[in-house]
Design a binder for this molecule. Structure first.
Ligand code: PBG
Length: 329
């Protein structure tokens, strides 16, 4: 029935009505807080390009973890910055590696908090690539062996979820097998299945000191122009045993997120609102060009609306600190 019978504005008249008909709500349990852990002691330094995000040494983790728990956030994902790097990224699978230390510390501080270990070699290799390098190539199958080793090491330290972000072919199957053979059959894999070769990772590479020293990651991460290819990656990862699928970055790839959600209604989907997405909002808000709080809320709501069950976001703590009426834009 057309106008004047139908007037959609009737349900937008008051704050109370808008709240009643709101379709999407972001809650603290939807969010995952990324944490950067550095070697050393007494360190808590702000990442220059990511105001409000810190790199902490293991002894300074208690204050970070206290804030996460107080905010009601159920999980953190860990990124380690080792003191030394080498060609094979041995810091990633060292028993006393930075992430292994951090996992043990966090599980001691907050046993109920879910600790997700990002699994990639790029923070640990001296060339900054996500795998074993030969000439100017990143070798797929030899990298799988190091990823499997790292997964076992992280699970052994107490990680609750393993999250491979390297984009090597077959890594989910290889990691699943390694975990199962080492009695970690109950540890889920959160796969960065649709991970794009994105310029939005810029600030993260500052924070994690993981920029490639030559070339780029286009020979293993997905071309931003491709959505069907992402669907194929997702199918493969599910077939290989992924328990949760991730899309990354989030906002520029909401179409991909929606396609995955429409095709796979039977498993959880995560989206990573990455460093560049965060930094842009912070920079524009600082310049007074946008309302930072409202853009944060609108972005997170849009990611959820597009189909994400879980959102990895540097805004996690800030969002959870808002009173309920400020959590809608
Ligand atoms: C590791 C990894 C990256 C990010 C998460 N895991 C960087 C990359 O692929 O270059 C980016 C996260 C962000 O930008 O916030 N491979």
């Amino acid at each position: 029935m057309p106008f004047p019978i139908n007037r959609p504005r009737r349900l937008r008249r008051s704050k109370s009505l808008r709240r009643m008909v709101r379709e999407t709500h972001v809650a603290s349990q939807d969010l995952i807080d990324p944490l950067f852990v550095v070697e050393g002691s007494g360190i808590r330094e702000e990442v220059r390009s990511m105001p409000g995000v810190f790199r902490s040494s293991v002894d300074r983790l208690p204050e970070e973890i206290e804030a996460v728990v107080a905010a009601g956030i159920p999980a953190v994902i860990l990124f380690g910055i080792p003191a030394e790097k080498d060609a094979l990224g041995s810091g990633a699978y060292a028993d006393r590696g930075i992430v292994q230390q951090a996992i043990r510390r966090i599980k001691g501080l907050a046993p109920e908090l879910t600790v997700i270990a990002d699994l990639c070699l790029c923070e640990y290799t001296d060339h900054g690539h996500c795998g074993v390098v030969e000439g100017d190539r990143v070798l797929n199958d030899p990298t799988l062996e190091l990823l499997a080793r790292t997964a076992i090491s992280q699970a052994g330290a107490g990680a609750d979820i393993i999250a491979p972000s390297d984009m090597m072919d077959g890594r989910v199957a290889r990691i699943r097998r390694a975990l199962d053979e080492n009695s970690f059959d109950e540890i889920p894999i959160l796969s960065y299945a649709a991970k794009y070769a994105s310029a939005f990772y810029g600030p993260f590479r500052d924070a994690a000191e993981s920029a490639p020293s030559f070339g780029d990651r286009r020979a293993y991460q997905i071309d931003p122009a491709n959505a069907r290819e992402a669907m194929r990656e997702v199918e493969l990862d599910i077939a290989e045993g992924a328990d949760i699928i991730m899309v990354k970055p989030a906002l520029p790839y909401l179409d991909v997120l929606r396609r995955i959600r429409d095709r796979h209604d039977d498993l959880p989907i995560a989206a990573y609102q990455v460093s560049g997405e965060y930094a842009m909002v912070k920079a524009a808000a600082k310049a007074g060009w946008v309302d930072g709080r409202r853009v944060m809320v609108e972005s997170l709501t849009s990611i959820k609306r597009a189909g994400a069950d879980l959102i990895l976001s540097y805004f996690a703590k800030e969002f959870c600190g808002l009173p309920e009426e400020m959590r809608a834009s």
